[in-house]
Design a protein around this ligand. Structure first.
Ligand SMILES: [Zn+2]
Length: 442
């Protein structure tokens, strides 16, 4: 696999991703997405919706990013959602304690019970708790009663709407409520480009189940997710694996968690969690809101509090995994080429329409006709600037699977050349067969 620096260079150079607030020096842990990046993110989200809505018992919701502190008091996030932080007494750099112990900032230096700074050898403080939520105030006064937080996960918005769902949709277990949306975590050390960031997008399902048949659903969602990665997104199977968290690693709400890991250039790391949250959240909101969030089970004639399995995906992490998976360099006619071998479903542009020569009016006119025809079916891109070889390269490195070239023969017999991104093979096809060809491939 290629190193992360090469991938970041391509993403920045071609405008997939920008550092946020760059003209003011940038804000660490925040990124903006350009045209090509937004298109890929939207393709991921679209494929995810197709995948989950096929399950038949999944329903969508979109809830507020800002929630009152009462929500996070009940959910335990105010008390438990923290990382341990150590600070160097000399240079005042702060480190995430668990990452420090793993040696992620450099060699761990220890003398008796004291730890030392990996940067300047100063003594580190005792670990202290650092809550990861961003706090804000709602309304015009900054009083404790107006305190609110940016959600650190989309999940709580689903739990606090549980009663609405039961009443309005008359749902029967098992069923899932899903949402795509932004979440925010004030990470101590954002890192690895868009992997660990402070503002990110989640795709989450809270899948409510009868407490009698719970563990099988963790495995169900693990299996279905892996199938989705491999069959629909085109991720390489050998770069994915499942890791079951040990008891010590589990989040404060979880009974069992499977993580799906991707082998990134900077090491293997999590792109999805499948957490068994028990009835922790619903019970907490019943207790603190005083509302009845139980479910009436017809068969046993009993009120129960359902368990919940939560498959949770990070959109930017998946984006990065897809780019790392697809990035390749090869040589064509002794010339180095960068190519993104993305699945056509993920590629931002599906077909580039290119007149062979950029100074022949007849070719350009025909190419624009073809472009205007295909833009009704796919996101296509027209380019007539520079040599044909250079135009191919520009499309290769943004992952466009097909280039359609218009040459003088096209003017005579209505046939066109299709160049395949991965093999660079070219075939000639009559206009009447073009649409069927693309429908099969894209
Ligand atoms: Zn230091």
């Amino acid at each position: 696999m290629f190193n992360l620096e090469k991938i970041v260079n391509l993403m920045i150079r071609r405008g997939f991703v920008f550092q946020s607030a760059e003209i003011y020096g940038g804000l660490s842990g925040f990124y903006d997405f350009g045209h090509l990046g937004v298109l890929i993110k939207n393709n991921i989200k679209k494929l995810w919706l197709d995948f989950i809505l096929k399950e038949e018992n999944i329903f969508l919701v979109e809830t507020s990013i800002v929630n009152p502190s009462s929500v996070f008091y009940a959910s335990g996030h105010l008390e438990n959602f923290y990382d341990l932080l150590v600070e160097c007494k000399n240079c005042h750099t702060r480190f995430r304690y668990d990452h420090y112990l793993k040696g992620e900032y450099g060699k761990v230096k220890k003398d008796n019970d004291k730890y030392f700074c990996p940067l300047c050898d100063g003594i580190l403080t005792e670990p202290k708790k650092f809550n990861l939520m961003f706090k804000t105030y709602v309304g015009s006064t900054e009083e404790t009663s107006n305190e609110a937080f940016l959600r650190p996960e989309t999940a709580q918005g689903i739990f606090i709407n549980f009663e609405n769902y039961l009443k309005k949709y008359r749902l029967k277990l098992p069923f899932g409520i899903a949402q795509i949306g932004k979440a925010f975590r004030n990470e101590i050390t954002p890192k690895n480009f868009i992997f660990r960031i402070r503002e990110f997008e989640q795709m989450e399902i809270e899948f409510f189940i009868h407490p009698n048949d719970h563990f099988e659903w963790v495995e169900y969602w693990t299996k279905r997710s892996l199938e989705w990665y491999i069959n629909d997104l085109g991720l390489k199977k050998e770069n994915l694996f499942v890791y079951s968290q040990s008891k010590e690693e589990l989040a404060h709400y979880s009974i069992k968690t499977n993580d799906i890991y991707y082998k990134f250039p900077f090491g293997e790391d999590e792109i999805q969690g499948i957490a068994h949250r028990g009835n922790y959240d619903l019970s907490a909101h019943i207790k603190f809101s005083g509302k009845d969030l139980s479910y009436y089970d017809e068969s046993s004639k009993e009120k129960i509090i359902p368990y919940v399995i939560e498959p949770s995906w990070g959109v930017e992490r998946l984006f990065l995994a897809l780019i790392c998976d697809a990035y390749d360099e090869d040589e064509i006619n002794n010339e180095k080429r960068i190519v993104l071998r993305l699945s056509p479903k993920i590629s931002p542009i599906k077909i580039a329409i290119l007149p062979l020569l950029s100074n022949k009016e007849k070719l350009i006119k025909k190419a624009k006709e073809i472009y205007n025809y295909f833009k009704n079916y796919y996101l296509v891109y027209y380019d007539d600037s520079g040599s044909i070889g250079r135009r191919y390269r520009r499309q290769d490195e943004i992952g466009t699977p097909f280039c359609l070239t218009i040459d003088f023969q096209s003017l005579e017999d209505d046939t066109f050349t299709i160049r395949d991104r991965d093999s660079t093979q070219q075939i000639r096809i009559h206009f009447n067969d073009l649409l069927d060809y693309f429908k099969e491939k894209i």
